[in-house]
Design a protein around this ligand. Structure first.
Ligand code: NAG
Ligand code: NAG
Length: 451
């Protein structure tokens, strides 16, 4: 090899090294994570469900084993908390409560399976911010895995499965025979420092993961699956909760993949607990309803939400901000960015006439306030309608900023235009070109800071 070749190879190698170093630092700067948001305590004390009589044959009912194991964790209070190990096998059980300072660890091949007998499901009081069950008046069935007033709870493992066997519940809904609101797969109330990772959630009776009145919640590396025709099987619904981080997950269900909520009409207004400081990033999935939603229960207010790097495929509405008259609440400082969608009915929908009411006592003067919503860097193929933004006549939506949004139809998909009413804000680099309310706006100055 002559000297010149030697130098050029060396130069080339050096350039690659420098470039890859550059990309490494670029990547870590560019890909923030939820790490460090909640303490991850190592548990010295470990027990197995089999020590408490658990049998993973798919037939034996293990409710007593789960309750006994968790009772032991709660009452022995081992330093640093306790890990409850679920070995490979199918553990059929009725619903159970978690406790503080515990890790529920599902081994590879472990399945915690909900019993299909609804007589095993206690009925618990409605959430104060909803005033009644979400779908039936009165109480609601306890969640399959439930927790109230907890801290330091980890649900993790080697991608074992929590299976709600929701089919019987979906059928009761279809037949109209439900006595109470269906159970969530997991609900944690009034809790903090929660980590849910490396678990598969399957066939929830109702919403999958419901943190309500919680703070410091991390949900990452989860897979959530339910058939596209399963009713109300939302993926993750942070509700009147703050400092929630959801990332690197795949969600394919029959309803919204992620929906940020904060209570329902007069009950939510009275309870007054907002959802705020929530990050949703690097989510992929499909849904006949929304990819990422805000609402429709928004009565406590929803602020400081970022949803970014979302990949949607076969979705009803890519981005959906939904509220209603009677909700009250302030929805502000919401940012959706770097969203890609393929095959969507609608790209973006922001609207004040979505969702039902708990009863006839809602206050028709309680108008929601929607302001400072930024939607940027959005691409879509086969999108039937790019966007629909309908504010309320007596409470127009303001500061709605659209930038760098390209939502195309497809070979067989005619792309109709944007539709807007009672909205102001601005738009740059949006195709198809959005409605005149945004493009001719005097409020452009209010938008420009967010780009
Ligand atoms: C679960 O905990 C709640 C308190 O948060 C309690 O009222 C209920 O009886 C417990 N249920 C079961 C099945 O252990
Ligand atoms: C579990 O699934 C997640 C998400 O799909 C993946 O990133 C992770 O590597 C898997 N973990 C194990 C232990 O298989």
């Amino acid at each position: 090899m002559n000297r010149r070749d030697y130098y050029s190879i060396w130069l080339c190698f050096g350039a690659v090294t420098i470039l890859s170093m550059h990309f490494a630092s670029f990547a870590s700067a560019e890909w923030p994570t939820c790490s460090g948001m909640v303490p991850v305590n190592y548990r010295n004390d470990k027990i197995s469900i089999t020590d408490y009589g658990g049998v993973g044959d798919g037939v034996t009912l293990n409710t007593k084993a789960f309750r006994a194991a968790i009772y032991r964790i709660e009452h022995l209070k081992r330093r640093g908390g306790t890990l409850l190990y679920i070995p490979p096998g199918e553990y059929l059980t009725g619903p159970f409560n978690l406790t503080s300072r515990m890790t529920l660890y599902l081994a590879r091949g472990a399945v915690i399976k909900a019993t299909m007998d609804s007589r095993h499901w206690p009925v618990v009081p409605p959430l104060p911010s909803y005033g009644r069950g979400r779908e039936r008046p009165g109480g609601r069935y306890m969640s399959f895995i439930h927790g109230d007033g907890l801290h330091d709870v980890i649900i993790t493992g080697e991608n074992g499965t929590i299976d709600g066997q929701g089919g019987i519940w979906w059928n009761m809904w279809r037949l109209g025979t439900l006595l109470f609101t269906r159970p969530n797969l997991i609900e944690l109330m009034n809790s903090r420092d929660i980590l849910i990772s490396n678990v598969v959630f399957k066939n929830s009776p109702f919403w999958n993961i419901h943190p309500v009145y919680c703070s410091n919640v991390v949900i990452r590396y989860v897979t959530i699956l339910a058939p596209s025709n399963s009713p109300n099987t939302d993926g993750i619904d942070p509700d009147s909760s703050s400092h929630v981080c959801i990332e690197d997950s795949h969600i394919t269900t029959g309803d919204d993949l992620v929906a940020v909520k904060s209570g329902w009409d007069e009950y939510g207004i009275a309870y007054g607990r907002p959802s705020h400081d929530i990050t949703i990033r690097r989510i992929t999935g499909s849904s006949p309803f929304a990819g990422i939603a805000i609402g429709s229960e928004t009565s406590g207010g929803i602020q400081n939400i970022v949803a970014e790097h979302i990949n949607l495929f076969n979705v009803g509405i890519g981005i959906h901000l939904k509220t209603n008259i009677g909700r009250g609440g302030v929805i502000r400082n919401i940012t959706f960015s770097n969203i890609y969608m393929q095959n969507a009915r609608k790209g973006v929908k922001i609207s004040g006439d979505v969702g039902d009411h708990p009863d006839e006592y809602y206050n028709t003067n309680a108008l929601p306030i929607v302001k400072d919503v930024t939607v940027k860097n959005v691409w879509g193929d086969n999108v039937q309608q790019p966007g629909l933004i309908h504010g309320l006549r007596n409470a127009p939506f303001t500061g709605i900023c659209l930038s760098n949004i390209h939502l195309r139809g497809g070979q067989r998909v005619r792309n109709s235009g944007w539709q807007c009413s009672d909205v102001s804000g601005g738009a740059v680099q949006v195709s198809p070109w959005p409605c005149s309310q945004l493009t001719s706006s005097q409020q452009w100055g209010a938008c420009s800071s967010s780009f």
